[in-house]
Write a protein that binds this ligand. Structure first.
Ligand code: ATP
Ligand code: MG
Length: 448
C-alpha cells in the first residue's frame, strides 16, 4: 500500500462557501425568496446539465458565453454533447415548453443555483457562481417589466443596499434592429481603424454587441454610434414609454442607457441592468430583459417572456461592504458533561430541548478526549450560546442540571440548579425571555 499523500485544492475560479460566510448567504437567500414570494413567483428547479444545443439556441452563437465560456463535454456513454449550464433562462424556457406550462395562463417563476462559465477568474467573476433569477412567461405588456424591476428595488431596500442604480433601454424588435444594424455596420466600417480585433470579428456577425465593449480605446466611438432607440417603431416605443410611465409613477429612478444591449436575436424591447460603483469593474449585480420570440423558437406556441438574473457573489460582497457582520451564534444551548451517566442524561436532555424548538450543541469527544469542564466551557463560550447546561457527578446524583447564563454582563453569578425534569421548561423560558434572542431562530445579526 502506498503511503503517498495527495493534497487537493478547489478548481480555479470555483469557491467554497465556508461556515463563517454561510449565515450571510442564508440570510441573503431567505430575503430574496421572501421578496419573490411576496410578488407571487413560484420556484422551479431545472438540471445543471443540458444539451449543448439548448444554450447555443437560447443565448445565441455569437456571444461570449457560447463562443468561449461554456463547459461542454461529450457523454462518454452515448456521445451526447452536454454543457454545464452557464445561465438559467434556457433551462427554464425548455421546461416551460416541455411541460406545456404556459398553456393554462401566464407563469411567474424563479430559480437559484450554480452557473458555470469558463472566464478569467477575478474579483466578481468566477467559473462557478450563483444566480437568482426570475422569469415571467406569458405576459405581454410593460406592466410585468415594471413589476420585475420593482421587485428588485424592494430587494435592495430589504437588503439595506442603497448604492445600486438602474439602467434601462429598449432594443426594439428584430426588424427595427435590422435597420439599425445596417447603419451601425456602415458607421463602424467608416471607423475601422479604431476597432479592436474582437469588434472586427463581430462587425458582421453581431455588431450590436460591439456597443457592449469594455475597451477604453473604443468608448468615444461607441458613444457616438447610431442609437437603436431612434429606430424603434410605434409599438416598441409605446411599450418603452409605458414602462417608463409606470416606473415614474412608482418613484423608480433610472437612466436610459442607449448602449445597453443584449445582442441576441431572441431578445427584444426592454433591457435593464442594476449597477453599482462599489465593486470595481464587475459592477453589474443584476441584468434582465424581454425575450418574446424565444419560446416559439423552442417549439412552444408564441408566448412572450421576460426575466432577470442576479449574481449572488457580487451582491454578497456588496452587503459585506456595508458593515461587519456580527459573529453568528452556533446554537442557543451548549451541553457540557463529564462522566458516562452524565453523557447519557445530556443526550436525552439535548433531544428534549431540540423538541422544544431550540438549537443545541452537545459536546463530543475529539482526538484529545472528552475535555475537562474548563475546556468544555470555553467551547460553550465560543459557540455564542446564551446558556450552558452542565451535568457532572453531583448533578447526576441529585437529578438536577446546572444552567449557566453565558451572555449576561454578570454571567459569573448566573448559575441555577434545576431539577432534570424541569430543565426544558426552565431553559426555554430563559432563552425566549432573554434580550438577545429573536424568537425565530435566525441567528444572524448585521450591524448597519
Ligand atoms: P458581464 O458583462 O459582467 O460578463 P454578463 O452579461 O455575462 O455579465 P449575465 O449573463 O447577464 O452577465 O448574468 C447576470 C448576472 O450574473 C451578472 O450581472 C452578474 O451579476 C452575474 N455574473 C455573470 N457572470 C458572472 C461570473 N462569471 N461570476 C460571477 N457573477 C457573474
Ligand atoms: Mg459575461
Amino acid at each position: 500500500m502506498s503511503d503517498k499523500k495527495e493534497k487537493f485544492t478547489a478548481i480555479k475560479g470555483m469557491n467554497d462557501i465556508l461556515p463563517a460566510d454561510a449565515p450571510l448567504w442564508e440570510l441573503f437567500e431567505n430575503t430574496v425568496e421572501t421578496v419573490l414570494k411576496s410578488y407571487g413567483y413560484q420556484k422551479i428547479v431545472t438540471p445543471i446539465v443540458e444539451e449543448t444545443g439548448l444554450f447555443a439556441r437560447a443565448i445565441g452563437a455569437v456571444t461570449d458565453i457560447v463562443e468561449k465560456e461554456m463547459y461542454s463535454f461529450e457523454d462518454s456513454m452515448n456521445g451526447d454533447q452536454l454543457t454545464l449550464r452557464p445561465e438559467g433562462t434556457a433551462g427554464v424556457v425548455r421546461a416551460v415548453v416541455e411541460h406545456n406550462m404556459a398553456y393554462d395562463g401566464p407563469k411567474r417563476l424563479w430559480y437559484k443555483g450554480p452557473m458555470f462559465r469558463h472566464e478569467r477568474p477575478q474579483r466578481g467573476r468566477y467559473r462557478q457562481f450563483f444566480q437568482f433569477g426570475a422569469e415571467a412567461i406569458g405576459f405581454a405588456g410593460p406592466d410585468i417589466d415594471a413589476e420585475l424591476i420593482m421587485l428588485c428595488r424592494r430587494l435592495w431596500d430589504d437588503l439595506g443596499l442603497s448604492n445600486i442604480r438602474l439602467e434601462l433601454n429598449s432594443i426594439g424588435n428584430a426588424e427595427e434592429r435590422q435597420r439599425h444594424r445596417a447603419d451601425l455596420i456602415a458607421y463602424f466600417e467608416a471607423n475601422e481603424t479604431v476597432l479592436d480585433a474582437e469588434a472586427k470579428r463581430r462587425l458582421h456577425a453581431n455588431p450590436l454587441r460591439i456597443l457592449d465593449t469594455k475597451n477604453p480605446a473604443m468608448q468615444d466611438l461607441v458613444n457616438a454610434a447610431p442609437k437603436l432607440l431612434a429606430y424603434l417603431g410605434g409599438e416598441s416605443l409605446a411599450h418603452f414609454e409605458g414602462l417608463k410611465k409606470l416606473l415614474d409613477a412608482n418613484n423608480v429612478q433610472y437612466t436610459v442607457n442607449p448602449r445597453l444591449v443584449r445582442g441576441l436575436d431572441y431578445y427584444n424591447r426592454t433591457v435593464f441592468e442594476w449597477v453599482t460603483d462599489e465593486l470595481g469593474s464587475q459592477g453589474t449585480v443584476c441584468a434582465g430583459g424581454r425575450y418574446d420570440p424565444l419560446i416559439e423558437t423552442f417549439g412552444g406556441k408564441p408566448t412572450p417572456g421576460i426575466g432577470f438574473a442576479m449574481g449572488m457573489e457580487r451582491l454578497i460582497e456588496l452587503i459585506k461592504g456595508q458593515g461587519e457582520p456580527a459573529a453568528p451564534n452556533q446554537c442557543d444551548v451548549y451541553m457540557v458533561h463529564q462522566g458516562e451517566e452524565a453523557q447519557l442524561k445530556a443526550f436525552i436532555l439535548a433531544e428534549r430541548i431540540r423538541d422544544a424548538g431550540l438549537d443545541v450543541v452537545l459536546h463530543c469527544a475529539t482526538p484529545q478526549g472528552a475535555g475537562s469542564f474548563k475546556s468544555q466551557m470555553k467551547k460553550a463560550d465560543g459557540s455564542g450560546a446564551a446558556f450552558a447546561v452542565i451535568i457532572g457527578d453531583d448533578e447526576v446524583k441529585n437529578d438536577v442540571v446546572a444552567v449557566k447564563a453565558l451572555r449576561e454582563a454578570d454571567a459569573a453569578q448566573q448559575q441555577a440548579s434545576v431539577p432534570f425534569d424541569e430543565a426544558v421548561d426552565y431553559i426555554v423560558d430563559q432563552v425566549i425571555g432573554g434580550h438577545d434572542h429573536d424568537h425565530d431562530h435566525d441567528h444572524v445579526h448585521y450591524h448597519p
